[in-house]
Design a protein around this ligand. Structure first.
Ligand SMILES: [Zn+2]
Length: 270
C-alpha cells in the first residue's frame, strides 16, 4: 500500500500487528523505510510516499523510482494507492469526503515517469500499453466487491508545483472530462507499477472542491477525517482479495507480463 497526505496513519490506527523496516540497497537513490502489517493471510507493506526516504518531500519532488523499486524488490503481489484529490464544483457532483476509485487518467504534467534512463533503455521493455493502467480486479476490490461499475472516474495528473489549479486551469480539466484533480503522485506510480508488472489500484479521497480557497493544511485535515472510512474500505478490499486472487489473465497484464528488471536486470548507475 502507498499512502499520502494525512493518510500515513491509515493502518497504524487499525491496531494490526506491525513492525518497521528499511531497504538500504537501491539503485535509484535513498534507502526506503516501510512498515509491515499482518492482516489475515496478507503481509501488508505500507509506504508513506512523502516520508519514506527521510526528509518529507512534496509531490513534485518525490523519489518515486526509489520507493517503487523497493516494492518490486519486496515482491509485492499488488499495490493499493491512496491519494487526496480535488474535484471541480458541479451541481450533483462529487463532494468533500467522497471516496472514488479511479479508472483512467489524463496527464497534464508530462514529466518523465519511467525507470528508463541512459544505459537502461530497451524498446520492448519500456514501450508498454496504458490500457487498464488501473487494474480492473483491484478496482473491483476497492469498489467494495460490488458489481464493477461502468463509471470510470478520470483522474488528472494536474499540476506539479505546490498549490492548486487556477480557475482557468480547472475549466480546461472540466472541459476534458476530468472527475478529480491530483498532484504527480498516483499517476506516476501507476505507470511505474506497469513497468514493474505489479497490478495497481487507486482509491482517492475528495479533500476539497476546486478551485481551492484554502491552504494545504486543510487538505491534510480533510484526509485525516476520512481515515476511518478509508481504512474500512481497504480492509474490505483485502477481505475480497483474500477470496478472489488476481487472475493471471487480468486485462492489466496485457503488455505488462514481466518487469523491466526481470527483462533487463537491475541496473547500477555508479
Ligand atoms: Zn489486474
Amino acid at each position: 500500500m502507498i499512502a499520502g497526505t494525512g493518510m500515513g496513519e491509515v493502518l497504524s490506527e487499525s491496531g494490526l500487528p506491525c513492525h518497521s523496516n528499511i531497504l538500504r540497497e537501491n539503485p535509484f537513490g535513498s534507502p526506503v523505510v516501510y512498515s509491515v502489517f499482518k492482516y489475515r493471510a496478507f503481509q501488508l507493506i505500507m509506504l508513506d510516499r512523502h516520508h519514506n526516504t527521510g526528509e518529507p518531500l512534496p509531490p513534485g519532488r518525490l523519489n518515486r523510482e526509489a520507493y517503487m523499486y523497493a516494492l518490486w524488490k519486496l515482491r509485492v503481489g499488488g499495490i493499493l494507492g491512496i491519494s487526496a484529490v480535488g474535484t471541480p464544483y458541479k451541481k450533483d457532483g462529487l463532494r468533500q469526503g467522497d471516496l472514488v476509485v479511479i479508472g483512467d487518467a489524463i496527464d497534464y504534467v508530462q514529466d518523465y515517469y519511467t525507470f528508463e534512463r541512459e544505459g537502461f533503455a530497451d524498446l520492448s521493455a519500456f514501450y508498454r500499453p496504458t490500457n487498464n493502467l488501473f487494474c480492473p480486479h483491484l478496482r473491483h476490490a476497492l469498489e467494495n466487491g460490488d458489481h464493477l461499475s461502468d463509471n470510470r472516474f478520470v483522474l488528472a495528473n494536474s499540476i506539479k508545483r505546490p498549490g492548486y489549479e487556477t480557475p482557468a486551469e480547472m475549466k480546461v480539466r472540466v472541459r476534458d472530462g476530468v472527475d478529480v484533480v491530483g498532484m504527480p503522485t498516483a499517476f506516476p506510480e501507476a505507470l511505474l507499477a506497469g513497468e514493474l508488472s505489479i497490478p495497481y489500484g487507486l482509491l482517492c479521497g475528495v479533500s476539497n472542491v476546486a478551485p481551492a480557497k484554502h491552504n494545504g493544511q486543510a487538505v491534510g485535515d480533510a484526509m485525516k477525517a476520512m481515515v476511518p472510512e478509508m481504512m474500512n474500505r481497504i480492509l474490505q478490499a483485502l477481505d475480497w482479495l483474500a477470496d478472489n486472487e488476481h487472475p493471471t489473465d487480468c486485462p492489466c497484464r496485457e503488455g505488462r507480463k514481466e518487469s523491466v528488471f526481470d527483462m533487463l536486470g537491475v541496473p547500477s548507475f555508479e
